[in-house]
Ligand binder design. Structure first.
Ligand SMILES: [Zn+2]
Length: 413
């Protein structure tokens, strides 16, 4: 069944995207945002409801008068898979079209065993999820490393040798015959936070993830700023000490060498090699690969001086870098994600705030809000799902064929 001429495919895609981005929206609000006449929007929405692309999902809070019905993109349009390939751990998440997680699995990436090993393990897990759910129609991938999101290629992964120009999107599309989107994991986390972090109107903010590496996603006026070549946000590789230690990217003195999870582990290792007194000696024994951010944090909580000092110094360095972000971009909010802020909390965040407050312009600080994202370890995979869902929405042809495979409801006109 074709659409009437006045309902162009691009207009449909635009309206669907508006509904998707807002999660719940009334017809009146939708008409206002799309710049369409309310009557036109009403007939458009009628059509979207009939096609099962959109559902009615409750009412807006009463403001006196008649309560407005809220619209939502049909969560059961299709299911999607999100893959998060991290330096330490990877995750496979299966979710509905809106990104609500149904199943999730975490496994160690074992990055040192090389690209082929990692990809074959990812394939194994994805195949397993696909076999259990034939309704999966798209895959979103969040990957560490430097990503060309237009082509879905991992350009390079500073920490990991052998990952250069890996065409992840192409590899996965060929393998599964499904649409695939690949994005930098910090950007994916930021997108998940914007949707599920409990913040409706957040237009100018920076999301900073501190895991084994450090990345950032910059939102300006409600849009993700990707830069001229799509590489914006590589906060971890900005220099904070021109004479500092070499970084895996080839530069020296990068923030990542001072404040990332890898840096924290590395600095504790050095401390132990230099015979610093520390309870971690018992944890490590002869194998310092046993060191993790989590056991360093646990030691610091038990007043281990070495662990406290390393976490505090890392936090101070991050605060210094954040002060530059504040002075450069004047964001309304900085959101911290990733394993380090989540695990270390005040041990890392208090020195970070002190450094930030000491170095950023007071006028920018007055209205700045800094929080740790409440989202857990699945955030990057969920963000990747939101990205692939948005991409599917922009292709109405693909979408209507998905909707036509829905169980048919009785249709009244
Ligand atoms: Zn670097």
């Amino acid at each position: 069944m074709g659409w009437p001429n006045f309902m162009k495919r691009s207009e449909t895609a635009k309206v669907l995207k508006l509904i998707y981005d807002q999660q719940l929206v009334s017809r009146t609000e939708l008409a206002k945002q799309a710049g369409a006449a309310p009557s036109h929007m009403t007939s458009m929405v009628r059509r979207l409801l009939k096609e099962d692309l959109v559902i009615e999902a409750g009412f807006a809070p009463s403001g006196g008068g008649r309560r407005k019905v809220l619209l939502q993109v049909n969560p059961n349009l299709t299911h999607l898979v999100g893959i998060d390939i991290g330096t330490a751990n990877s995750r496979i998440v299966m979710a509905d079209f809106l990104g609500n997680v149904q199943t999730a699995k975490t496994f160690p990436t074992e990055i040192a065993r090389g690209q082929d090993f990692v990809l074959s393990k990812v394939h194994e897990e994805v195949r397993c999820v696909l076999e259990q759910n034939p309704r999966i129609k798209g895959i979103g991938v969040a990957s560490s490393g430097v990503i060309d999101h237009a082509t879905g290629t991992v350009l390079f992964w500073p920490k990991v040798s052998g990952w250069k120009n890996v065409p992840l999107k192409e590899i996965l599309e060929r393998e599964y015959g499904l649409p695939v989107a690949v994005e930098d994991s910090t950007r994916a986390m930021a997108i998940a936070h914007r949707r599920f972090g409990g913040e409706k109107r957040l237009d100018n903010f920076v999301f900073v993830s501190v895991g084994m590496g450090i990345g950032s996603a910059i939102f300006i006026d409600g849009r993700l700023y990707v830069g001229h070549k799509g590489l914006a946000g590589e906060l971890g590789h900005t220099t904070i000490d021109e004479t500092g230690d070499p970084c895996s990217c080839g530069n020296r003195g990068c923030l990542e060498v001072f404040a990332s999870g890898s840096a924290i582990i590395n600095r504790v290792k050095i401390g132990l090699q230099q015979k610093a007194t520390s309870s971690l000696v018992d944890v490590v024994k002869d194998d310092d690969s046993q060191l993790s951010v989590e056991n360093i944090v646990a030691a610091a909580h038990s007043q281990d001086r070495l662990s406290e000092r390393v976490l505090s110094e890392a936090g101070t360095h991050l605060g210094t870098a954040l002060a530059s972000i504040v002075n450069l971009l004047d964001p309304q909010k900085i959101i911290l994600g990733g394993a380090v802020p989540r695990a270390a909390q005040g041990l890392f965040l208090d020195p970070m705030l002190r450094a930030l407050r000491a170095r950023a312009l007071q006028q920018s600080l007055n209205s700045l809000d800094i929080i740790v994202s409440p989202l857990g370890t699945e955030a990057a995979a969920v963000g990747a799902i939101i990205i692939i869902a948005s991409q599917i929405l922009s292709n109405y042809g693909e979408l209507s064929s998905l909707a036509s495979r829905q169980p048919v409801k009785s249709k009244s006109s």
